[in-house]
Design a protein around this ligand. Structure first.
Ligand SMILES: [Zn+2]
Length: 319
């Protein structure tokens, strides 16, 4: 795999707040959902040295319970293709072939969806460089990618999302040396592994964009060897730009949805883990799940869907 770079001259997108502020008054449904977010119920669990938040967000039911099998996907009009989008939805171009949209079903105080113009599969391989460019340009946001079997509700149309910085606990957890270990430095990239963090993460930090892309590419290929039947290895990625450096958290996954998702009756928790959950905010669209979810459930869900620390360490050692 080779990362694709263009000669695009990157500049922070300064008009993004103006774009959001112009969009919301024109679109009643989205505007009302952003208002509801102000009163959304949240609770916090304190684990050993870090917090996990749970957000009760009924508007996320469509995304959490999205049917992503081939048959269901083919049967519905793609909501990210321009011709099927709501009339009120504005777009802001990014690079040659992306469009920045306001996400009408927010989790973050400012929540964007950034699809490619073309209807093309959700696969990160050729788009990782774009993700770094986007993180640089949207320097007030965390940009994230959900793999086709790791929370994306449109696995057939390539897209990123972005949410306001300062919302996900992982941003501050990364600076806690009890939770993060620097394993090695290669080609100007610091490579970290999370420890005792319930979900295993690899973090790349550098001011050198090309080096991050090269390291990611190697990691991607090694990880793919462990999941040869998948179109791409299962992962969630969070990326942001801070003090002149990119910080990229990569969560290798081993399962799409936990047993609780499919359970019947009392045992069911309708939660489909994706980047936001990996970042430390669990999204429960049903109030009953919000009320009953426990620390044990959270730990158990992470254990089921994330790669174990030993395998992750082997993966890092191959870098
Ligand atoms: Zn589409």
């Amino acid at each position: 795999m080779h990362a694709v770079f263009t000669n695009f001259y990157m500049e922070p997108i300064k008009n993004i707040n103006h774009f959001i502020e112009t969009q919301l008054p024109e679109w009643e449904m989205a505007s009302s959902n952003y208002n509801d977010l102000k009163n959304v119920k949240t609770k916090t669990f304190l684990f050993n040295g870090f917090e996990i938040l749970v957000q009760f967000n009924p508007k996320r039911i469509t995304s959490s319970a999205a049917k992503v099998d081939v048959k269901s996907i083919e049967a519905r009009p793609c909501f990210l293709c321009a011709q099927n989008r709501p009339m009120q939805q504005r777009s802001l171009p990014f690079k040659d072939d992306y469009q920045i949209l306001v996400n009408p079903f927010p989790i973050f105080p400012r929540h964007l969806t950034i699809p490619k113009e073309q209807h093309t599969d959700q696969l990160i391989q050729l788009h990782f460089g774009d993700m770094l460019d986007l993180a640089y340009s949207l320097d007030d946001f965390v940009v994230f990618y959900n793999g086709p079997k790791c929370g994306a509700s449109a696995p057939d149309h390539f897209h990123f999302q972005a949410g306001s910085k300062g919302f996900l606990p992982i941003e501050k957890d990364f600076h806690n040396t009890a939770l993060v270990e620097l394993v090695k430095v290669k080609q100007e990239v610091k490579i970290y592994q999370s420890k005792d963090y319930l979900r295993s993460a690899i973090t790349l930090q550098s001011s050198n964009k090309e080096s991050i892309a090269l390291i990611f590419s190697g990691l991607y290929n090694d990880f793919h060897l462990l999941q040869p039947t998948e179109v791409e290895p299962m992962l969630n990625i969070l990326a942001y730009f801070e003090k002149g450096e990119w910080i990229v958290h990569i969560f290798p996954r081993i399962l799409h949805r936990p047993a609780q998702y499919f359970a019947q009756g009392e045992g069911q928790i309708l939660l489909s883990p994706a980047s936001v959950d990996m970042g430390g905010v669990f999204i429960t669209p049903r109030e009953e799940d919000f009320n009953k979810i426990s620390m044990d459930d959270i730990a158990d869900i992470f254990t089921q869907v994330c790669m174990d620390e030993i395998t992750l360490h082997k993966l890092i050692n191959r870098i």
